[in-house]
Write a protein that binds this ligand. Structure first.
Ligand SMILES: Cc1ncc(COP(=O)(O)O)c(C=O)c1O
Length: 431
């Protein structure tokens, strides 16, 4: 075979990549625990859990064993008029982590489709109630995926070429920590005018991931939800990134008093091994679809929904996640981030707005050009950490780490040191 990178250049189109100017990707030949290895055996710490999905480390023997067992029993079947034990017991198991108003799970196979499903359920629910609604409400700078519906309710830098295709969404500022009740006032004004036309409010609870791990005030978020619910608006929590312990509790919604009607889950659902997602639904919404008319059914599906091997991975991941040692590991990582922040000087320039929520640590780098996804500091920072054998993928000048839960203090120490050293090196200061 040709040199891998040459072959890659010839036949692969990578995501979010301007191939005319982007550096080559890094070939990885194997992975173990929190490390990814190249052909020379050099390991890099996976500080962002392979796009925020890996929970227990790579090639975990328990997950491998459970998936291998499943492969010899049942591989894949259509989910339309068939069912299987793994999908049913996984739905029961995930539902057991939710309040009892949640009773149903609709499977799909990635975060974007979990969001599409939720948006379509909300629209059809309104139709079936005899009150058609087609507008959505979402947070400024939110990200919910790259399919057209998910893009329509997003407000990310990825939308510019597609805006004419997107349906109408109204935006409210997210209740970022320290921003007071500005978003509440904005929401009141929006609801006064459009309250009756809005099918659903979709939000990333507590942490807006792709916006650069922006963290919210749970109390204000609660009030926003309460206001939406009082206007009959279906509330959709997009927990694709925040679910399964990431924010310190099992789900980010566990920090809220008000509960959503639909919850989107993916990424960590299988421990980050296989694609699978769920849209978790309240009994109230589900009942809205029950009718003697077959056309009132939710006419939506995906080939790989409820895939038995992915369900086996999810069960195995939950076996680990529900254990006291994993919960302790999540707590230890969270505490370690807090200790790092506490030890920083009053003005840790060029680090700005250093913050954490559970296992997520985030900050901005002071930048000479506008902050944001296209800020060129992102690539420089990526290379700086790669030299230190740490895989980070900053979003522009937003730096963040969210490591797998198998991460030890020894794994984290070089990451913290790398962040501290940014303060010493002249190339990172603006002068
Ligand atoms: C909050 C949120 N929703 C949805 C998605 C889309 O998930 P996927 O990439 O699996 O389609 C992402 C992906 O990062 C996400 O962070």
């Amino acid at each position: 075979m040709k040199d891998l990178l040459q072959a890659d250049r010839e036949c692969i189109w990578h995501p979010y990549t301007q191939h005319k100017i982007a550096p080559d990707p890094s070939p990885i030949v194997r992975a173990k625990g929190a490390y990814l290895y190249d052909a020379k055996g050099v390991g890099r710490f996976d500080a962002t859990s392979s796009w925020w999905c890996n929970l227990h480390g790579h090639c975990h023997p328990y997950l491998i064993e459970k998936i291998s067992q499943q492969l010899g029993i049942l591989d894949h079947i259509q989910f339309g008029d068939l069912t299987h034990e793994g999908a049913v017991s996984l739905a029961q198991r995930v539902l057991s982590h939710f309040p009892s108003v949640f009773t149903k799970v609709f499977y799909s196979d990635n975060g974007s489709t979990a969001v599409e499903v939720a948006l379509k359920i909300a629209v059809q629910y309104a139709n079936l109630q005899g009150t058609p609604k087609t507008k959505f409400l979402a947070f400024r700078n939110g990200y919910h995926g790259d399919t057209v519906g998910a893009m329509s309710v997003s407000d990310s830098p990825f939308l510019s070429h597609f805006r004419p295709l997107l349906f109408e969404t109204l935006y409210v500022e997210p209740p970022l920590r320290g921003s007071g009740d500005k978003s509440l006032r904005q929401l009141e004004a929006i609801l006064d005018v459009y309250g009756k036309e809005i099918a659903a409010f979709i939000f990333e609870p507590l942490v807006q991931g792709a916006a650069g791990m922006q963290m919210q005030d749970a109390g204000i978020l609660d009030q926003l939800l309460s206001l939406c619910k009082s206007h009959g608006i279906v509330c959709i929590a997009d927990e694709v990134m925040t679910g399964f312990g990431r924010t310190g509790k099992f789900f980010a919604c566990d920090y809220l008093e008000e509960k959503p009607d639909l919850v989107c889950l993916s990424k960590g659902l299988t421990g980050g091994l296989l694609p699978l997602s769920m849209t978790v639904c309240s009994q109230r919404i589900y009942e809205g679809f029950l009718s003697d008319n077959p056309a009132h059914a939710f006419l939506h599906g995906h080939t790989y929904m409820g895939n038995p091997i992915a369900c086996a991975a999810a069960h195995a991941s939950l076996d680990l996640l529900e254990s006291s040692s994993c919960l302790a590991a999540i707590e230890a990582i969270s505490r370690s981030h807090l200790d790092f922040m506490a030890a920083l000087p009053g003005d840790p320039y060029p680090l700005r707005n250093v913050r954490s929520q559970g296992t997520i640590l985030a900050m901005e780098m002071a930048a000479p050009t506008p902050s944001g996804y296209f800020n060129s500091l992102g690539q420089d920072l990526r290379e700086y950490f790669a030299e230190r054998k740490i895989l980070l993928r900053p979003l522009g000048n937003s730096l963040f780490i969210l490591p797998p839960y198998c991460t030890t203090p020894e794994d984290l120490a070089p990451v913290y040191q790398g962040l501290l050293d940014l303060r010493q090196e002249a190339r990172w200061t603006l002068n």
